[in-house]
Design a protein around this ligand. Structure first.
Ligand SMILES: [Zn+2]
Length: 331
């Protein structure tokens, strides 16, 4: 996939058609075609209607995201998620990771979700031997845009590790690339699950939620208890859905996860701070107060900066952006 494929994905000719579709149409389409395809390869059904489904941006059908991830269609994933913020406007307004960012401003509202498919696209270029294009994409399309927005330590680490790989400081064997694909895919699923609960839960996710509810109590929406025989490391038994890391379960998994979320999770955001369940101990109570205070101060500063900045946003973030030929206009 060339760098330019990123830009071409932003101008689908079927946008007008897709906007005429509603969720019932999508449901009918997915169900009908899935039935026709049978149990074998029903993702190919989604593939036939990528333009429509990606442009619509409905998160209600796990097949869409799963198919995009399966086929590693990173530019379409970025576009689909961006459209999802518009399609699910009400939910998106309540899910902004960094208020007061606009709900549809993916880069400011959800820097991690903005970064994940772009980071993987750069890795894809790099692993395909297109080193110059990968570096260009990183330096022009990722780094300046991410460094310009509020973000957490987890996002910083993702950017830094990408820079190190592209600079040749870290080798990227096929095995490592496959691991990156799995990790990015999981992170995107986790993000959608945490910030848009109820949407886009695949059969596997639903099964994990059911399995985890008992053990994680009020913290269930932020983690999953891994099952014996899970493909992930069986010696660690909780996964934080916010930073995607695995934690030892201990005797009280709910307390363990809550402590991690309050005291050490590198991927928390103001949105997560507001959603965190009731603290279990005085240390967590104090930390919660501190986090909320920090968020308020940072939100005030961001609002003031935003007023000065005015309409810088959208950059080439919109559908109508005309990217320079061959340069991979970002969206
Ligand atoms: Zn975490």
């Amino acid at each position: 996939m060339a760098d330019s494929d990123w830009s071409s994905s932003g101008s689908s000719g079927s946008d007008a058609t897709s906007r005429a579709m509603d969720e019932d149409d999508v449901r009918a389409l997915v169900v009908r075609e899935r039935e026709q395809a049978g149990n074998v390869g029903h993702y190919s059904v989604v593939e036939q209607h990528y333009d429509l489904l990606v442009s619509l941006g409905s998160l209600r059908f796990p097949d869409i995201l799963e198919s995009l991830l399966l086929y590693e269609r990173w530019p379409e994933i970025a576009r689909y998620l961006r459209h999802a913020l518009r399609f699910h406007a009400k939910d998106a307004a309540e899910a902004v990771a960094y208020p007061p960012a606009r709900a549809t401003d993916m880069r400011r509202a959800h820097p991690e979700l903005y970064l994940l498919p772009r980071r993987q696209h750069a890795l894809h270029l790099f692993s395909a031997g297109q080193h110059d294009q990968a570096l260009h994409f990183y330096h022009e399309r990722i780094l300046p845009r991410i460094l310009a927005v509020r973000r957490n330590a987890h996002v910083n680490a993702l950017v830094e590790s990408l820079g190190a790989i592209l600079a040749g400081q870290q080798p990227l064997a096929i095995r490592d690339y496959d691991r990156e694909v799995a990790s990015t895919s999981r992170a995107i699923r986790d993000y959608v699950q945490v910030y848009f609960p109820g949407f886009c839960n695949s059969f596997y996710q639903k099964m994990m939620i059911g399995h985890s509810m008992d053990k994680l109590g009020q913290a269930w929406s932020f983690g999953e208890v891994l099952m014996p025989g899970d493909i992930l490391d069986p010696t660690t038994t909780i996964r934080c859905l916010v930073c995607h890391a695995q934690l030892p379960m201990g005797t009280f998994p709910d307390a363990k996860l809550l402590d991690h979320l309050y005291m050490g999770c590198p991927a928390t955001t103001p949105h997560i701070h507001r959603l965190l369940p009731r603290p279990l101990n005085p240390r967590q109570v104090a930390r919660r107060a501190q986090l909320l205070q920090q968020d308020e101060a940072a939100a005030d500063a961001a609002a003031a900066a935003e007023e000065e900045e005015e309409e810088e946003e959208e950059e080439d973030d919109g559908d109508n952006a005309g990217p320079p030929a061959g340069d991979g206009g970002d969206e």
